[in-house]
Design a protein around this ligand. Structure first.
Ligand SMILES: [Ca+2]
Ligand SMILES: [Ca+2]
Length: 258
């Protein structure tokens, strides 16, 4: 689990967050054009989802590894939703952590509900867990990280660069993108996805949606506050949808007609 905030802080954030979801939703009439959002086109395809053979750090919930088909192309935001993007849509934004010093930092302290509402406002939705992993692999079926198997390196511009084991998030696009042009799929902020958490259903091979119900929503990719194990593409974690966290953000997907 990502690091929880102190319980009293969570209660404060929750009270504020309820108001913000309403503010976000009020604007959801037609897709908003938000400066800075860039969408990467992700092709349809089949990939191997789950623990990569030879990866000794997998948790039991990363199995069984199996072929999953994403049957339609879709768009995914090239970066995490930033503070600047979020402010353009939400009337009130919860105070961001001290490390968040520019509009280009990933927005955090957002509930799953707020994330979903933001994506609706910009004409999208949260990606499914399968879409997220497929996109994060960037065409590398057998790689442990979005760039390959080399350990992450917290150095700006590094091909295997990622924000991890640090005191705060980095501006998006600090590190090199993956094969699909996506930044920070490993590290920086954890990312909410649409699915309830639960064991993988080995018999659902096309466009899986996850369990029909649950208590917690999946988060992916690890964060600035995590070690390299948590940055592995197949790694899964979860959080209560109403909870907020200093290292959980999100990015949106969008259906495309072709
Ligand atoms: Ca991330
Ligand atoms: Ca895990």
């Amino acid at each position: 689990m990502p690091r929880p905030l102190a319980a009293s802080l969570v209660a404060l954030w929750l009270a504020a967050a309820t108001v913000h979801v309403q503010a976000v939703r009020a604007a959801a009439q037609s897709p908003a054009s938000v400066s800075g959002i860039s969408w990467a086109r992700i092709p349809a395809g089949t990939f191997q989802m789950g623990c990569v053979p030879g990866d000794m750090r997998c948790d039991p919930d990363e199995a069984p590894r199996r072929a999953v088909t994403i049957s339609r192309p879709f768009d995914l935001m090239a970066t995490e939703v930033t503070v600047g993007m979020y402010r353009a849509v939400a009337q009130d934004v919860d105070e961001q952590p001290a490390w968040s010093t520019s509009p280009d930092h990933p927005v955090v302290i957002v509930t799953w509900w707020e994330a979903r509402a933001f994506c609706e406002v910009v004409g999208g939705r949260l990606p499914t867990e399968a879409e997220w992993e497929y996109a994060a692999r960037g065409g590398r079926n057998d790689a442990i990280y979005p760039w390959g198997d080399r350990d992450p390196d917290d150095r700006a511009g590094a091909v295997n660069g990622a924000g991890f084991e640090g005191g705060g998030g980095r501006p998006v696009r600090t590190f090199a993108p993956n094969g699909f042009g996506l930044f920070d799929m490993a590290g920086n902020a954890w990312e909410w996805v649409a699915d309830w958490t639960g064991p993988y259903a080995a018999d659902v091979a096309t466009d899986p949606l996850g369990p029909p119900t649950g208590a917690a929503r999946v988060v992916r990719g690890g964060s600035y506050g995590d070690d390299s194990r948590n940055l592995r593409v197949s790694n899964r974690s979860a959080n209560l949808p109403r909870a907020v966290n200093v290292n959980i953000g999100f990015r949106c997907a969008r259906d495309v007609s072709s």
